[in-house]
Design a protein around this ligand. Structure first.
Ligand SMILES: [Zn+2]
Length: 427
């Protein structure tokens, strides 16, 4: 019961602060940053910075590997990464979804190439997370509702939302979807949550007449939702597809009433590290003002974000036009003059769509500096797509690239689906 009270308090706090500081976001951030610094005194990694009154802009920027290698010093509860990893891995093996040390919940993030991350949250932080999910994603209501949630593994972060009026039903994405259809038809979920690749498969069951559900909200999580997929899902489910941008580092952004993502600037400070000369794309550097167990201070994500500055909803929170992918989805080549040429995933997506409007699916994997593997569905459009890609690469000064057809999509069930991927070790 105590946890539910904490959630309620967190929910009220979120709303009051958002309302009181609605035109003074910088004041709210400053207030929370001051409070957070007291807590940082307990972090051996940050203590000196606080004592020296270092402004936030001069704190070190950390990427994932720097963050993980300093894990033991950064956290404020004296838990080592060795201890946390041991507990989390054991829990994953036993499919026990509530591993804790000293009342701190330990979680593992999937990560790519064995680059697993650990996250730790206290009960209070979990309550805040749940409150935020209720406030900004599911929507607070006293009506009885059920949520069908497709995810890699159950987690006590999610099940903590369950109550008498909100029922969560988890579907492990590692299982065959065929087995879930009857259960979904019986459940008639009010809210459907899953990654786009799963939602698209479910949509195909709807189109075949095998699945008949009418959720009032469809939420895409975990993977990049391309505009084409969003349009398709919107048509099948007959509604705006909402998105949640969340990672180990917290609940970063949620969609507004107009269907665009906005960062949660009321408790996050977002700095933009532009990565292209036109300043269209940036990596977000995030500071989470409410995470204290494992502080997240100037943490650089490798996601490629396009900013939206003119959202029709009128919100002053940082808008996201799209998430293009991650930096390791950028393909890299050498020009004839041996200069490095980096091409963003969006350009490839555009070329494939323009090759033929009947192309339903594709994946591109860069195997080496001069070889790409291309999957096109239906297969009959492969040649036109390949031709178009070759012409495009030439227009970018990239010559003599071998494009090989593959008959299997670059996707393993249960993993994050990425349409464009660079598998070269160095790029
Ligand atoms: Zn908006």
């Amino acid at each position: 019961m105590y946890f539910k009270v904490q959630i309620l308090i967190a929910l009220i706090e979120l709303r009051i602060n958002k309302w009181c500081f609605r035109n003074r976001l910088d004041k709210l951030q400053a207030k929370r940053w001051n409070k957070l610094q007291n807590k940082l005194l307990e972090s051996p990694f940050y203590k000196e910075n606080v004592l020296n009154k270092t402004p936030l802009q001069q704190y070190p920027i950390l990427n994932k590997s720097e963050f993980m290698s300093n894990f033991d010093l950064i956290n404020t509860v004296g838990i080592t990464s060795y201890e946390a990893m041991k507990v989390a891995e054991k829990a994953e093996r036993l499919r026990d979804f509530s591993p804790t040390i000293k009342d701190i919940t330990i979680g593992l993030s999937s990560g790519t190439s064995g680059n697993k991350g650990i996250f730790m949250v206290s009960q209070k932080e979990r309550a805040h997370w749940v409150a935020c999910v209720l406030d900004r994603i599911i929507g607070f209501s006293l009506k009885k509702r059920s949520v069908a949630f497709f995810l890699r593994a159950n987690s006590n972060l999610y099940s903590s939302v369950t109550s008498k009026i909100l029922r969560f039903e988890f579907f492990d994405i590692l299982g065959p979807l065929d087995n879930y259809i009857a259960k979904l038809n019986a459940l008639q979920p009010s809210i459907l949550v899953g990654q786009p690749s799963i939602l698209i498969e479910l949509a195909s069951y709807v189109k075949k007449g095998l699945l008949s559900i009418s959720p009032s909200k469809v939420i895409s999580v975990a993977e990049v939702l391309s505009p084409e997929d969003a349009t398709y899902l919107k048509r099948v489910f007959q509604q705006t597809i909402h998105q949640v941008y969340q990672c180990t580092e917290g609940l970063l952004a949620v969609t507004c009433s107009k269907g665009f993502l906005h960062f949660n600037d009321d408790f996050l400070i977002i700095e933009k590290k532009y990565i292209d000369s036109e300043k269209k794309r940036f990596h977000p550097i995030i500071t989470d003002l409410l995470r204290t167990t494992q502080p997240v201070i100037r943490y650089e994500l490798n996601d490629i974000i396009h900013e939206k500055t003119d959202c029709p909803c009128g919100s002053s929170y940082t808008g996201i036009d799209k998430i293009e992918g991650r930096s390791d989805d950028v393909l890299s080549f050498k020009s004839d003059q041996n200069e490095k040429i980096r091409i963003y995933p969006d350009f490839f997506r555009r070329e494939i769509i323009l090759a033929n409007s009947s192309i339903k699916d594709f994946t591109i994997v860069q195997k080496t500096g001069s070889m790409l593997e291309l999957y096109i569905e239906p297969f009959e459009y492969y040649r036109s797509a390949e031709k178009r890609l070759q012409a495009f690469l030439k227009s970018q000064g990239v010559h003599e690239i071998l494009i090989k057809q593959t008959l299997s999509k670059n996707h393993t069930q249960g993993n994050k689906f990425r349409r464009v991927q660079n598998e070269q070790k160095e790029n």
